[in-house]
Write a protein that binds this ligand. Structure first.
Ligand SMILES: Nc1ncnc2c1ncn2[C@@H]1O[C@H](COP(=O)(O)OP(=O)(O)OP(=O)(O)O)[C@@H](O)[C@H]1O
Ligand SMILES: [Mg+2]
Length: 367
């Protein structure tokens, strides 16, 4: 069993740099957990504390039932895959994969069977005699993963393992690592700054900023119910649109007033929004919840707005419209065949059942 837990863990680096602020994180046995957040938010530091490559300044780290704060990395039964692979250039692929087991004095036959098994899992049997310089980036990445697999660790740690690969290879390796997880049934903790990688890979996603965990949730919950404006803007691509403006009440109905347009707030949200009547809030709508009215069968006037389209970015199956309301920019993600005339007023429909509201001061989600 290999649950991992961090209890009230903080990390200070010399110079009073606080990289991690009192984080609490529980990872279940066999779970695939992704730590995601912008550069410098403390993802690698968290991973390195789990690996034992850094000490926690305070708090407890558990792997299984054991408190491991004082256990050296080599005795933690974890394997880590880094962004820069860290393969030994003078050793063959086989030797690179066997090296850790040799150090641990495993019998030769055992080493041989583990290396061959891992090579088969990763489809690199034919590369075993090559040196790292004779491999492509993707192949090197597989060797680095292979070196971790042969250890049969309780927990795999990945620190941005795909960021040196080209876009296509990244997508392919993403699927391979997922398959590997299903096959090995081992706890995996994966660090990335890429929200797409996080959404597509994680059973559970931990969103961090400035050394703090903002939200821990599964991908759908994170997308549908972000806890604050930061998570809402970080998860999803293109990012959610945010507009500041007041809530107004008229004849028992609530509206968000942008200045150039006004949209009606659905009944299910009014209870939460009531206290904000006549106050400024931040309105959030995802690009995919904005439609070109020409393609909508039913468009109530109180969620239809006018804007001009300044740029169209065709993406094949969909297109991104870069719009302007006259007061605020907006991005809409529409069907690939929507081609509005540029710089001319057009009608857009908001799916008001999907919008979000955030407190202007705390930036926490209102509804
Ligand atoms: N050895 C160190 N000494 C001093 N400060 C450090 C050290 N390592 C990391 N930091 C600082 O701690 C913070 C968190 O760093 P960390 O490497 O964990 O970020 P990250 O989320 O992995 O970022 P990235 O996406 O850029 O890899 C940063 O502000 C960084 O400058
Ligand atoms: Mg990092």
């Amino acid at each position: 069993m290999a649950q991992v837990s961090l209890n009230n863990v903080s990390k200070f680096f010399p110079g009073n740099i606080q990289a991690i602020r009192d984080i609490n994180l529980g990872i279940e046995n066999k779970e695939f957990v992704v730590l995601v957040g912008p550069s410098g938010c403390g993802k690698s530091t968290t991973l390195r504390i789990i690996a034992g490559l850094e000490d926690a300044s305070s708090g407890d780290v558990y792997i299984g039932d054991q408190r491991v704060n004082d256990v050296p990395p080599k005795d933690r039964n974890i394997a880590m895959v880094f962004q820069n692979y860290a393969l030994y250039p003078h050793m063959s692929v086989y030797e690179n994969m066997a090296f850790g087991l040799r150090l641990r004095k495993y019998p030769k036959a055992e080493i041989d069977s583990r290396v061959k098994e891992a090579a088969a899992v990763l489809g690199i049997e034919k590369l075993l005699h090559r040196k790292p310089r004779e491999l492509s980036g993707g192949q090197r990445q597989r060797v680095a993963v292979g070196r971790a697999i042969v250890r049969k660790p309780l927990v795999f740690l990945f620190d941005e393992p795909l960021s040196n690969l080209d876009a296509k290879m990244r997508v392919q390796m993403r699927t391979e690592i997922k398959k590997l997880h299903i096959r090995l049934q081992t706890t995996m903790i994966y660090v990335t700054h890429d929200q797409t990688e996080a959404l597509t890979m994680g059973d559970k996603i931990v969103v961090m900023r400035d050394g703090v965990i903002h939200q821990i949730a599964d991908p759908i919950k994170l997308y549908d119910k972000p806890i604050n404006k930061f998570v809402a803007g970080f998860i999803g691509s293109p990012p959610m649109n945010f507009i500041k403006g007041p809530i107004v009440k008229k004849e028992a109905k609530y509206y968000f007033n942008e200045g150039r347009f006004r949209v009606r707030i659905v009944d299910s949200m009014t209870k939460a929004i009531e206290p904000y009547a006549d106050k400024e809030v931040i309105f959030g709508i995802r690009p995919e919840d904005i439609y070109d009215k020409l393609f909508v069968s039913e468009a109530p006037p109180d969620n239809t707005i006018k804007a001009t389209c300044e740029v169209i970015e065709p993406m094949g199956s969909e297109a991104y419209l870069f719009l302007n309301t006259g007061k605020n920019p907006l991005v809409a993600k529409v069907g690939g065949h929507n081609k509005p005339t540029l710089n001319q007023d057009m009608d857009l429909v908001f799916d008001m059942s999907k919008v979000h509201f955030f407190d202007k001061d705390t930036e926490n989600t209102i509804v």
